[in-house]
Design a protein around this ligand. Structure first.
Ligand code: ZN
Length: 149
């Protein structure tokens, strides 16, 4: 283990133990549930929009350390961002965990915490779950839970 991956692991453990923005958001303007059947991760992401900007974002549910930490880091990154900025961040995150990019750009250093996931295909879905739910909530299409399958 390099120092860098130990650092990353520390961030993941910290966010898993003390997830940020975890809990209900009673005045949410949209929400979506994400479910990863492979691991059993299930989270609901809620956003409160101010026009096109994400005023606040919270999540709740249960899942493994990677899925929970990733959703937690996500909420710290997208609060205050526009739909478009959040979507662009989703794209960079998705490419990075699939081993197709470094995640560099706004929030890149926090996103990079999850770059090691690209070596473990079964964990990619854990890492991306909260982001999928966020994107669905931003698109306000919430008829069925989004599944990573
Ligand atoms: Zn998981």
């Amino acid at each position: 283990m390099s120092d860098l991956s130990e650092l990353y692991q520390g961030v993941i453990l910290d966010h898993n133990r003390r997830p940020r923005n975890f809990g209900p958001l009673p005045d949410a303007s949209a929400e979506a549930e994400g479910y990863n059947p492979l691991c059993g991760d299930r989270f609901t992401v809620r956003v409160k929009m101010d026009g096109d900007r994400i005023e606040s974002v919270k999540f709740e549910g249960m899942g493994c350390a990677i899925s929970k930490a990733s959703a937690s880091v996500m909420t710290t990154l997208v609060a205050g961002k526009t739909r478009e900025e959040a979507r662009a961040m989703f794209d960079r995150f998705q490419q990075m965990v699939m081993g197709q990019g470094t995640g560099a750009g706004p929030g890149g250093r926090k996103l990079a915490v999850f770059s090691g996931v690209s070596e473990f295909p079964s964990r990619v879905k854990c890492a991306i779950l909260g982001w999928h739910a966020l994107r669905a909530a931003l698109e306000e299409r919430t008829p069925a839970p989004v599944s990573t399958e």
